[in-house]
Design a protein around this ligand. Structure first.
Ligand SMILES: [Zn+2]
Length: 64
């Protein structure tokens, strides 16, 4: 299980990235939104999609 956050600041291509709480690329507190505590990152992605139009998992902590 991991805590997941979305970056509230979208990339230049409009995508908001989802991170685990221990990711070195996790945005600072004011720039992230808590998504929840999940065993599967897909659940965090689904949650983020209810808040942001374009969502991807971070390539550092979620997608290898
Ligand atoms: Zn990350």
């Amino acid at each position: 299980m991991h805590y997941y956050y979305a970056n509230k600041v979208a990339r230049s291509d409009g995508v908001n990235e989802v991170h685990k709480s221990d990711c070195k690329l996790l945005p600072e507190i004011s720039k992230r939104e808590y998504l929840g505590y999940y065993s599967d990152y897909q659940d965090a992605i689904l949650k983020a999609q209810t808040k942001f139009e374009l969502v991807e998992g971070c390539k550092n902590c979620i997608l290898d």
